[in-house]
Each structure stands twice: as structure tokens, then as C-alpha cells.
Design a protein around this ligand. Structure first.
Ligand SMILES: *Cc1c(COP(=O)(O)O)cnc(C)c1O
Length: 287
């Protein structure tokens, strides 16, 4: 089972247990991050830790480590678990206190946990693309916080799973927001569009990498709200997330995107994304 971090200490994973009155367990009162690991190295770790602290601050949980401290703890965890390709999951909650919706008034120590998991790159799906459904976005209005409260996201993903699909594309009325655990991009006449990073979506680190890659490589991109109609008429659609990278979407609600094959702009971005991974983490094995 390997090792986990509980409140700053690396311990046997089977011993990493939290109290029944942990506010994360009872209320989802906490935030989380998922970091990709390639060749035993963390990808975009600074960006993830920055967002982690920001999410934490936004709900008034004071972060108990410096970024440097946490980075070296996570590096130690990767080595101890002998992780090559996978993810680190970590979360911080407000801590353990008698159940009461209002924040505890006495000083409570936040609960921090992290563990690793082997997760291969989704080589096959990256080549062939994935199918998606559409669903109304029923979530709250602070989707910019990477909160442990994921019921809206879970219900959307479950609906996708029940229809044999990989992801649910959410929309508020006519406006497309994001996937249940990914950001959504369309391409029309060479222009890449994706929802602006505001309170209606989670600002993905993968999304940010794509924005930078587009800027550096003269690929036109606009952060703007696009409609369901534009989604339906797009030349290309793809999703982006830490675990899925740049993933082509070939079907939406039973209808093919163009001819149902990954297309040029998406493939170009996949190529640039792999170059970025290799720059930070070293060469990826051909799969
Ligand atoms: C984490 C997440 C994403 C993707 O963010 P990455 O940092 O690219 O992994 C997108 N949407 C939601 C709702 C998420 O929770």
C-alpha cells in the first residue's frame, strides 16, 4: 500500500486515518489538488501548490506549510512510494471539531493528507478521443475553488458513466461552462475558445499551460463564453485536465464532432503539451 503524508509526517498508508468529526468528512469543508507525476517528477508543481494555497485561503483555512516544505515532503513521498507515472492526491480540511456549521471558534489544526497512485497516461484515448454527454450545470457560484464539495460534479460524471461516456460537458442555460473534472475548449476556423477563468469554472493548470502554448506558438486563442450552438458547430472540441492532458472529444450527446476523429489543432496542442512535459520531467516512453 505504500506511504502517505498525514499532517506533515510520512507514515504507512494503512495508518493514515482521520477522525469521524473531521470537517472534511462531515461537511466537505476543505480543498484538494491532483498533481501529475511523470518519470518520478512532478509536472507544474509550483502552479498546483499556488492554487492549493489560494483555494485554502479563500475558505479561511490557514495553510500549515510553505511551498518549499510541501514540495520536499511530496518529493520524499514519490521516492518512498517508488512512483514513476501517476498522481499525487492531497487535501486539506478545516480540522476536527464538534459538529457545527459555523467555523470552530477555538484554534483547530487543519488536517492535511497526501498519497500517491500509479496512473498511466491515457495513451489509447489520447489517440482516438472520447465521448461526452451534455448536462445542465447545477453547481454553486464559487466553482473557482477546488473544493471537496463535489456532489454537482459527481452527479454529472455519473450521468456520463451511465451513458458509456468519459465526461459530462456542463452548461448554464445556453452557456457552456466546463466538464465535471476538466476544462472544455472548442476550435472554429482556427480560433481556440474556452470559458474565461471566473467564478463559474475551475481555473485548470492544464488550461493555463494550453493558453501559454497557444501564445508562444501563434495559435489564436480567446477566453470567452461560448454557446451550446457554437459547441455543436465547432470544428474540433477537446477537454483538458491534469490526468487527461489534452483529450480530443469526438462525440457530444450522441452526435459526432465533424467526422468523429481527433483533428489538427487538437493534435498540434497534444504534441506541444508532450514537449512541455518532457521539458519539465524528461522524455516520455513511446506508447
Ligand atoms: C481540477 C479540475 C479541472 C482541471 O484542472 P487541472 O488543474 O487542469 O487538473 C477542471 N474542472 C474542475 C471542476 C476541476 O475540479
Amino acid at each position: 500500500m505504500g506511504f502517505a503524508i498525514l499532517n506533515g509526517k510520512i507514515i504507512d498508508r494503512s495508518e493514515a486515518k482521520v477522525d469521524v468529526e473531521d470537517r472534511g468528512y462531515q461537511f466537505g469543508d476543505g480543498v484538494y489538488e491532483v498533481i501529475r507525476v511523470y518519470n518520478g517528477k512532478m509536472f507544474t508543481v509550483t502552479e498546483h501548490l499556488h492554487r492549493f494555497v489560494k483555494s485554502s485561503d479563500s475558505i479561511g483555512i490557514s495553510f500549515p506549510f510553505s511551498s518549499e516544505q510541501l514540495t520536499s515532503l511530496l518529493e520524499e513521498l514519490i521516492v518512498k512510494n517508488n512512483l514513476r507515472v501517476g498522481i499525487i492526491y492531497m487535501q486539506i480540511t478545516r480540522g476536527v471539531a464538534p459538529r457545527n456549521h459555523a467555523f470552530p471558534t477555538e484554534d483547530v489544526i487543519p488536517t492535511f493528507v497526501a498519497y500517491t497512485k500509479e496512473v498511466p497516461r491515457p495513451a489509447e484515448s489520447l489517440k482516438t478521443g472520447v465521448k461526452t454527454i451534455l448536462t445542465e450545470d447545477i453547481r454553486w457560484l464559487r466553482c473557482d475553488i477546488k473544493s471537496l464539495n463535489l456532489l454537482g460534479n459527481l452527479l454529472a460524471k455519473q450521468k456520463a458513466a451511465e451513458e458509456g461516456c468519459f465526461e459530462a460537458i456542463q452548461h448554464r442555460g445556453e452557456d457552456v461552462t466546463e466538464g465535471s473534472s476538466s476544462n472544455i475548449f472548442i476550435v472554429k476556423n482556427g480560433l481556440v475558445s474556452t470559458h474565461p477563468s471566473n467564478h463559474l469554472i475551475l481555473k485548470g493548470i492544464t488550461k493555463d499551460v494550453i493558453l501559454q502554448l497557444c501564445a508562444k506558438n501563434n495559435i489564436p486563442l480567446k477566453e470567452r463564453t461560448f454557446s451550446l450552438e457554437e459547441l455543436e458547430e465547432a470544428d474540433e472540441v477537446f477537454l483538458a485536465s491534469t490526468t487527461s492532458e489534452v483529450m480530443p472529444i469526438i462525440e457530444i450527446a450522441g452526435k459526432k464532432v465533424m467526422d468523429g476523429m481527433p483533428a489538427p489543432v487538437t493534435k498540434k496542442l497534444q504534441e506541444l503539451f508532450v514537449q512541455e512535459i518532457e521539458k519539465q520531467c524528461g522524455a516520455l516512453k513511446e506508447s
